[in-house]
Design a protein. Structure first.
Length: 496
């Protein structure tokens, strides 16, 4: 059967990683993205083709560029290209590529370049050394056209009670996973340490990884001088790591453009399916901390549309900001993460490979394309944003999709899932639903954040509180106290 000339195909990818010690000579995010864009065309064996793309689309970052796509396009000789800029989310690269692929399939575009990057590593060094780094922001540019907005995360009330960052939420979800599995603190530590050791093993073989030091499960899960406890049950070796100077690029074209450029078919990787679905942004509204209807719906939709069973997928890349993200995704896909023999990551995940904030999946996608070229077949990529609230899947393959590329939205199905009604004014006795104990830089426990339900079962509201009482912190660390009663006062102080 002849290939539709409008079929979208990834023809080039690139990753750029700098490890410069002197921050005054370090490259800027823009310079890394320009390098990656040019390198993606070289990877496609079509150097110079970056100048003829119709769109330069940028994954949003923690920088102040007004229209980075315009600056990248001009530097690459693609001044006629239009530009796009996403909001901040771990799902942005996958959703953006789906958008570009759809426009190619619809005949609106012939070629697009997606780039993203950050320079957290050199900027942190600059702050520590109190030196000034170069800036290349064009303040005269008008703001870029936006593709999707910002993240819907915690409410003002949740933030006031301490839900202020992913490094707090994901360990709380981990405690809910532990309780749902009926594990002791020690059993859970050993199991999750072994799971994360497999991610470390992949990262050790990844030349772009931030951390390539081999670590077994014991070293990962046991607090030590170099691996302090951060937010129980997570040590530093279980936390997301954005301390990189890194960028990536993906060059996607129509099949007709790829043929016109003379790009060999062994470089082509086909997007088959893209899906997306969001859970409520506020964790208070969700029925369970350790489950995700959004993942279940979008994951099932992706496999169904691709005509695949999960066992038939050759390569997996599950978003690995923290171990709980991987486990929740695996559960909703019907995958036993602990028994699975296929690697669950292509590059090592956010702890060991590191990642440039919202563009982490951009790096994963570039790695997945390389993996598919080396070992032909199919690959499934999962992207997550916020507090396990935004979800996107992509299925890719070395052969064209059986049906035309499609992008699916699962919002309607998720909207029918049961939710909880928040009760920010609650005070009284509740049931512990999940928790974490935060530690200082010396590994000493300092405070707990506790999620609780005002009643056992589907009718309870999820409420939040905390404590810095040392005896309570020690008790929370020593045993699984999820499911136990607690008292919450009007100010959010928890007694267990």
């Amino acid at each position: 059967m002849p290939l539709d000339p409008r079929t979208p195909v990834i023809v080039g990818v690139a990753q750029v990683t700098d490890r410069v010690d002197d921050p005054t000579v370090a490259r800027t995010p823009l310079e890394l993205m320009i390098d990656a864009g040019r390198s993606a065309a070289i990877d496609a064996t079509a150097p110079g083709s970056e100048a003829s793309v119709d769109v330069v689309a940028v994954v949003g970052g923690i920088w102040s560029y007004r229209d980075p796509g315009r600056q990248v396009a001009d530097a690459l000789g693609a001044s006629a290209a239009t530009t796009l800029l996403t909001g901040l989310s771990g799902t942005s690269p996958q959703r953006l590529l789906a958008h570009l692929s759809t426009r190619i399939a619809d005949g609106e575009l012939d070629a697009a370049l997606m780039v993203g990057g950050e320079v957290f590593r050199s900027r942190r060094r600059a702050r520590r050394l109190e030196v000034i780094v170069r800036r290349d922001v064009d303040e005269a540019l008008p703001p870029a056209e936006r593709f999707e907005g910002g993240l819907d995360m915690a409410t003002d009330h949740e933030e006031s009670r301490g839900l202020i960052e992913p490094g707090v939420f994901y360990p709380i979800a981990e405690s809910a996973i532990r309780h749902a599995r009926g594990e002791t603190v020690e059993q859970h530590r050993q199991r999750v340490g072994a799971l994360w050791a497999r991610f470390n093993e992949v990262a050790c073989a990844n030349p772009h990884a931030a951390t390539r030091t081999p670590m077994d499960g014991e070293a990962i899960s046991t607090p030590s001088g170099e691996n302090r406890m951060v937010a129980a049950p997570y040590t530093r070796a279980m936390m997301a790591n954005n301390n990189v100077d890194q960028a990536s690029a993906v060059l996607v074209t129509s099949a007709a453009r790829a043929e016109a450029l003379g790009i060999s078919r062994d470089r082509w990787i086909f997007p088959h399916v893209a899906t997306r679905a969001d859970d409520p942004g506020s964790p208070s509204v969700r029925m369970h901390l350790h489950r995700s209807p959004g993942i279940r719906v979008s994951g099932a939709d992706a496999l169904s549309a691709a005509g695949l069973h999960l066992d038939e997928v050759d390569h997996l890349d599950l978003y690995a900001c923290f171990p709980s993200s991987v486990q929740v995704c695996a559960t909703e896909l019907g995958l036993d993460a602990d028994a699975e023999t296929r690697p669950l990551t292509t590059n090592g995940g956010l702890t060991f490979a590191g990642g440039p904030h919202s563009n982490s999946v951009g790096q994963s996608l570039a790695t997945l394309v390389g993996r598919l070229r080396e070992a032909p077949g199919t690959g499934l990529l999962y992207a997550n944003g916020g507090y396990l609230g935004k979800h996107a899947f992509g299925i890719y393959g070395t052969e064209p999709p059986v049906n035309a590329f499609c992008s699916l939205e699962g919002a309607d199905e998720v909207a029918h899932e049961p939710t909880r009604t928040p009760d920010p004014d609650f005070a009284g006795t509740a049931i512990v639903d999940g928790y974490t104990v935060r530690h200082d830089r010396h590994g000493r426990p300092t405070e707990a954040l506790v999620a609780a339900l005002t009643a056992d079962g589907p009718d309870g509201s999820r409420v939040w509180g905390g404590t810095d009482d040392r005896a309570t912190l020690d008790a929370l660390l020593a045993a699984d106290l999820v499911g136990q009663p607690c008292d919450l006062d009007p100010a959010g102080l928890v007694s267990i």
